[in-house]
Design a protein around this ligand. Structure first.
Ligand SMILES: [Zn+2]
Length: 336
């Protein structure tokens, strides 16, 4: 299949209804796997402790069954397993997913398989909010040559060929400005490492913030997720040509790893070590982001899961560009 991309004329078609469940977190449903913000009762952040191996296995099951009569969707598998384990992912065994897949193959419905599993609907809502657009149809290529594919549509925030390290630092305390929690994952690397968009979306924030330094905020096309990339490089933080409110695709270079931030003054290196602060926020309605109806999740395992999809980049002048585009077939339709 050939697709003719027109990057500046990206038309995002929102299938909000597909994943537009309004999720109301009540104290009773959320307490199992999240911790309330210290300052008030609004839930501001939550543990997302699905192991990388479970996401990997669920991805394989989805890819293997997506054309069959009884597909085993990525999010359904994760929700089934979380409900089966009552949220305790330490119990995860691949055999449980295989058994679930086999029952689906034999024609058992999701409804039957989950009817006695308390929490299935809750976990399905949470995982849909976080990863509801992670797996599906996409096309990769460049120029006029694109190939359609099915699988993981999200990209690693660090371009291919660049070393990085990280650990689960979500929720650690931070004290610059005011006492608060660390709402993301610090990915250590070298200054100038190309940073790629994890999911496609619209650039919502682009510029200086006294905490994040040079930072970019991208809201997914379905508006359910907000991605935050901070502490970008002093001097040349962003990919040339990025404009607020314009669209970027998964795997596109958006900026460069650095150590800016913690300063009212712009373009100051306030970090002790170069790193990308990567954060992901779930948004539970269409209200403005600062309306408190939002939740930062722990992306540590997600970053590991995304290591399989690293964008190849090449240098052109001051900037790096992804060698191939990754077009999300659900949201982007390109026509000449
Ligand atoms: Zn950080």
């Amino acid at each position: 299949m050939k697709i003719h991309p027109h990057k500046k004329n990206i038309k995002a078609i929102l299938f909000a209804a597909l994943i537009g469940l309004t999720i109301l977190f009540t104290a009773s449903t959320i307490q199992k796997n999240s911790v309330a913000h210290a300052a008030n009762s609004t839930i501001k952040w939550a543990n997302f402790d699905v192991p990388t191996s479970a996401m990997q296995d669920a991805l394989k099951a989805d890819i293997n069954t997506h054309t069959s009569a009884n597909p085993v969707h990525f999010v359904d598998s994760l929700a089934y397993l979380a409900a089966k384990y009552s949220g305790n992912w330490k119990q995860y065994k691949n055999a449980d997913l295989s058994a679930f897949t086999q029952k689906r193959k034999n024609g058992e419905s999701i409804e039957n398989l989950t009817q006695n599993l308390k929490g299935y609907i809750y976990y399905n809502q949470v995982y849909t909010a976080a990863l509801g657009n992670a797996v599906g149809e996409y096309a990769t290529g460049a120029g006029n040559q694109y190939t359609e594919n099915y699988g993981l549509k999200l990209s690693c925030p660090i371009a291919a060929g660049y070393g990085y390290s990280h650990y689960d630092d979500f929720g650690n305390s931070r004290s610059f400005g005011f006492a608060r929690r660390h709402l993301g994952n610090d990915i250590m690397g070298t200054v100038g490492t190309p940073v790629c968009a994890v999911e496609g979306g619209y650039i919502e924030e682009l510029g200086w913030n006294k905490y994040g330094g040079w930072r970019i905020g991208i809201r997914s096309f379905d508006k359910k997720r907000y991605y935050y990339y901070a502490h970008l490089r002093k001097g040349h933080p962003f990919q040339t040509g990025l404009v607020k409110n314009e669209a970027v695709g998964s795997g596109e270079v958006i900026g460069y790893l650095g150590m800016t931030g913690y300063s009212d003054k712009e373009d100051i290196n306030g970090m002790q070590k170069p790193h990308l602060h990567f954060g992901m926020q779930l948004i539970f309605d269409d209200a403005p982001r600062e309306s408190n109806n939002e939740l930062w999740i722990d992306v540590y395992h997600i970053v590991d899961f995304l290591a399989q999809n690293r964008s190849q980049v090449s240098k052109n002048g001051k900037d790096y560009h992804s060698v191939k585009d990754l077009l999300d077939m659900r949201y982007l339709l390109y026509y000449d």
